[in-house]
Design a protein around this ligand. Structure first.
Ligand SMILES: [Mg+2]
Length: 294
């Protein structure tokens, strides 16, 4: 068997030790400055926090049960516009998490509310799945395949070149380009696939027009979710696994944030960002322990 030279093993060891040390220092620092007792409501990202692909993350069920036992309000806040709240409720039920539809707020719902404020009864051309279509329909929007006011792009696998060409033409002719979320890619069981942000970028590039995205980190979605929970900003926390959406959204909204390392972000990635989360933990399991100690 091929063995690594001694120097390689030595430097690998130093790197691992550096990462562990960085984690311990950061955890200690954030634990000291994080005011857990002030929190009365939770905004929770799902993918990478509650589950990963088709696996539930250990501690997720206990965390939700603990919140329910303490009557602490919580909302699952997702940048995925594919499913409606009822679909998400069913998905979580299969993982053993029992919640109501009212505990779910999606970027599709935030997008529909935003557009309703901007231009009620507008016409829309939609590339997206059931969750987005239903949210727009519920808010009174009509689908227009000829001369829409808005082109709305969501997450999903329904897009094809014919639909994208149509969207490009509508935006070129003056329709406003809206994305439900800016994520450039989505995790799949095999790797990643193009996300809403990537499709929106393609249309921006083709037309030279700028889009507007509603999902995290845009404070619009956090503001709407806060309205649902009905608590002041200083009583809320956002728990997420992504610096550029969950944590940036919380920073922009002015609420506390907890980064879990059970998703896409690793501890050494934190150096790349000019902002930091309020607290960094390994996973939701650590938050259950902290909750039980408080
Ligand atoms: Mg996530």
């Amino acid at each position: 068997m091929h063995e690594k030279p001694f120097l390689y093993v030595f430097f690998d060891g130093i790197l691992i030790a550096k990462v562990i040390l960085l984690f311990i220092i950061l955890l200690k620092k954030t634990m000291e400055s994080f005011n857990f007792s002030a929190i009365e409501g939770y905004l929770i990202d799902m993918d990478g926090v509650i589950y990963k692909s088709k696996e539930i993350i250990p501690g997720a069920i206990e965390f939700i049960v603990e919140l329910q036992k303490r009557n602490l309000p919580f909302t699952f806040l997702t940048n995925n516009s594919q499913r409606n709240p009822r679909d998400i409720q069913m998905k979580l039920k299969y993982f053993g998490i029992n919640i109501t539809e009212k505990n779910i707020f999606t970027c599709a719902m935030a997008t529909a509310r935003f557009l309703k404020c901007q231009k009620p009864n507008a016409s829309v051309y939609v590339i997206g799945e059931g969750g987005l279509q239903q949210a727009l329909y519920d808010s009174g929007f009509a689908v227009d395949d000829h001369d829409p006011d808005y082109v709305v792009i969501g997450e999903g696998r329904t897009a094809n070149m014919e639909m994208i060409d149509k969207a490009v033409d509508f935006v070129h002719k003056g329709a406003k380009l809206i994305g439900t979320n800016p994520d450039p890619s989505c995790p799949t069981s095999e790797g990643i696939r193009a996300g809403c942000g990537a499709i929106v970028s393609l249309i921006e590039k083709a037309t030279g027009k700028n889009s507007f995205s509603i999902g995290k980190p845009n404070p619009i979605i956090l503001r709407e979710a806060r309205r649902e929970i009905g608590l002041p900003l200083d009583k809320l926390v956002m728990i997420g696994d992504t610096m550029g959406t969950d944590i940036l959204g919380a920073v922009q909204m002015g609420i506390q944030s907890i980064l879990v390392l059970s998703g896409g972000t690793k501890i050494d990635h934190l150096e790349d960002y000019p902002y930091t989360p309020g607290l960094v933990v390994n996973s939701i399991h650590d938050i259950v322990k902290i909750l039980q100690e408080n």
